[in-house]
Design a protein. Structure first.
Length: 395
């Protein structure tokens, strides 16, 4: 077994680098269409721990150090490219449908937890629902951020990663199947299809030219991530803990998120052309690998019940989406793009949007970015509601 911190870090980097290479390699990329690279980067270090290659969390403090100092920096780089002005210009129907879907996740979380609580191994599983809400509002970065903010134990977090893998892909498949019925739906809903046509014309632009990553820009991104981490941790030390709502672990996450959004209004947003978000994801995946290394396979026992809860939770989200689409006469293409922006995130929302209406992909991407911006904050709100629900009983 490898015990030295340098050896553990090397193993985690080797696992991450190998998986990212295989996910992009033409002969193996198909495997990652069914189980995304995020799942494998979490799962393989867990196997390494289970089979004695690297130690668990009780035997080394290196995992906690990686998470504490790596997560805030990754959030700063990921949110640096947020185009808030473009999101606002999407207009009322698009924003209303997207936010209604997010509200369905926030309010549906405590309801589903309350229903399934008798079949869960522990009442502390409210934490897992809170972490999952972050992913289903924004994405994997939000899920990890909420997990760290509320202190989700590894044996609770692992089954939620499984749920976050199975349910969103099943939902994506269902939305793709439903695309053939969008004309009938729009006719029934008396939808204003011109809204989508205007959005498509407005945002169907050539992708911003990417520039090569230079040593100078790479070093600046690294310095920015470090500065964001130290500033977040430093400021968090001066802020009070609010019992049951905000802990000392939550403040660095909240500050780093706000810092990344704030920097997106400055010329630093141009670093996205040099691959700032890719660097952010590389750091985030390293944090995820360190989290996976602290987990045991026995935590998967509760996954089947949680998968059933996840599907019912998505149904509540769908009701909110459908209700808002009815109120604002939004077309089905916009409704599907907003839903996938919530449940699936930035990777799949543009693809689904383009399936429904060619040229709508940029709108799906912007809606997913909006989810990234609000996902951590609303995930913490959902966590608080789930914590309250843990004290109730309906049986």
């Amino acid at each position: 077994m490898i015990h030295s911190p340098a050896g553990i870090v090397s193993v985690l980097l080797l696992i991450e680098g190998t998986l990212l290479f295989l996910a992009a390699y033409r002969y193996t990329e198909k495997v990652f269409r069914y189980l995304p690279v995020m799942f494998w980067i979490y799962f393989v270090p867990m196997l390494a721990n289970t089979f004695g290659v690297i130690p668990g969390e009780s035997e080394t403090a290196v995992y906690g150090v990686i998470t504490r100092y790596g997560l805030p920096g990754s959030l700063v780089l990921l949110l640096l490219s947020s185009d808030v002005a473009a999101i606002v210009k999407l207009g009322k129907p698009a924003l209303a449908v997207m936010l209604a879907g997010s509200l369905g996740i926030v309010l549906g979380g405590p309801v589903i937890f309350l229903i399934f609580k008798p079949w869960l191994p522990s009442p502390d599983f409210w934490m897992g629902f809170g972490a999952l809400s972050g992913s289903w509002i924004g994405g994997s970065a939000n899920m990890i951020a909420v997990k760290e903010a509320i202190g989700v134990p590894q044996e609770i977090f692992l089954p939620m990663v499984v749920v976050d893998t199975i349910c969103p892909y099943t939902w994506l498949f269902l939305l793709i199947v439903l695309a053939r019925y969008q004309s009938a739906f729009d006719k029934w809903n008396k939808a204003d299809v011109s809204v989508v046509e205007k959005l498509t014309r407005k945002h169907l632009e050539v992708e911003q030219q990417k520039l090569p990553l230079t040593v100078r820009h790479g070093a600046f991104m690294a310095a920015l991530a470090v500065a964001g981490t130290m500033l977040s941790l430093g400021l968090a030390g001066f802020l009070p803990e609010i019992e049951g709502i905000l802990t000392v672990r939550a403040w660095p996450i909240i500050i780093a998120t706000a810092l990344g959004i704030g920097l997106s209004f400055t010329p630093m947003r141009g670093l996205e052309r040099r691959g700032a978000s890719k660097a952010g994801y590389a750091l985030l995946y390293f944090v995820l690998a360190s989290i996976g290394a602290t987990t045991n396979l026995a935590a998967l026992a509760s996954a089947p019940v949680l998968i059933a809860a996840g599907f019912l939770w998505i149904m509540i989200h769908a009701i909110f989406i459908l209700g808002s689409a009815r109120i604002f006469r939004a077309p089905m293409s916009l409704m599907a793009a907003a839903s996938q922006a919530n449940i699936g995130g930035a990777a799949s929302a543009p693809v689904l949007a383009d399936i429904y209406r060619p040229g709508l992909a940029p709108v799906g991407l912007l809606l997913a970015v909006l989810g990234n911006i609000i996902g951590t904050y609303l995930g913490i709100v959902c966590s608080v509601l789930c914590r309250i629900a843990a004290q109730w009983s309906i049986y």
